[in-house]
Design a protein around this ligand. Sequence first.
Ligand SMILES: Cc1cc2nc3c(=O)[nH]c(=O)nc-3n(C[C@H](O)[C@H](O)[C@H](O)COP(=O)(O)OP(=O)(O)OC[C@H]3O[C@@H](n4cnc5c(N)ncnc54)[C@H](O)[C@@H]3O)c2cc1C
Length: 276
Amino acid sequence: MEVAPASSAATLSRMRILVTVKFVPDLQSQRSFTDGAVTRTGDDGTMNELDENAVEAALQLKEAAGEGEVYALTVGGDDAVAAVRKALQLGVDHAIHVSDAGVAGSDVFGTAKVIAAAVRKVHEEDPLDLVITGMAALDGLTSMLPTALAAELGWSQLTLASGLTVEGGAASIVRHLPDAHETVSAPLPAVVSVTDEANTPRYPNFKLIMAARSKPVATWTLEDLGVDPSSVGAGAARTVVVDASPRPPRENRVTVTDTGEGGVALADFLIERGLA
Ligand SMILES: Cc1cc2nc3c(=O)[nH]c(=O)nc-3n(C[C@H](O)[C@H](O)[C@H](O)COP(=O)(O)OP(=O)(O)OC[C@H]3O[C@@H](n4cnc5c(N)ncnc54)[C@H](O)[C@@H]3O)c2cc1C
């Protein structure tokens, strides 16, 4: 079976795409919790790594079309602006940060409602062709946001794309399943989540890093979006985090100091336990 190239826009002459980028704690940092929720601060936060694939897919589609705009959108506290700043460094045209105390404590439904309202605001000014998301946020890891967002918008949805093409008013994706490659198509506008197989994200170059510093970031509140605060946030969450705590360190660890016999010690360890 032929697999579609990472991203290509064959017939559209102007692609308008919004990419969702989440601000998450850096995977390399020590995770901590505040009142049962992941602590998210600017000190060790960054744009969700898997959202780099979403940004790359959007930029490739715009470049293939030759014209268009790419928006990056994040919903989160003050520090979350770092996520859209990173997207600007990668080359997106516009950045939007939805920041409002009323959003704190939102579950996936509340988050989707807020993102959908922001998408609609952009779409109403000038229609979007696509919303592209990452396959998962590396802190929440529900992978539910894209589906909840498509449902809120009433748009088509294509999930876990390893390849994405746009042609004739439709988006087509390739999904790599364990025993097959599936090609699925949907009319625009659509919500597409892309996997880390979709492309190789670019590195920001010096020129873009400098340019990103002076690019404006639009900051929107729930009021700007016409979202009723009582419909989102902790009070409206349909899920409750009952408990969250750091995983206790693993017990019965054996550390072998390799002084030239490390391979033998490892083999003995596996044989003793019947693992080799
Ligand atoms: C009761 C409860 C309270 C919570 N309180 C908070 C809180 O106070 N603060 C908080 O940050 N989280 C909070 N969360 C977690 C939050 O609801 C989820 O992170 C959010 O719904 C998205 O789910 P996810 O992280 O699993 O994203 P996934 O569905 O795994 O993400 C898929 C993709 O969606 C996009 N995406 C997801 N979230 C965002 C976002 N916020 N902005 C832009 N793009 C996004 C990204 O492109 C991402 O790759 C809470 C969850 C629960 C259940």
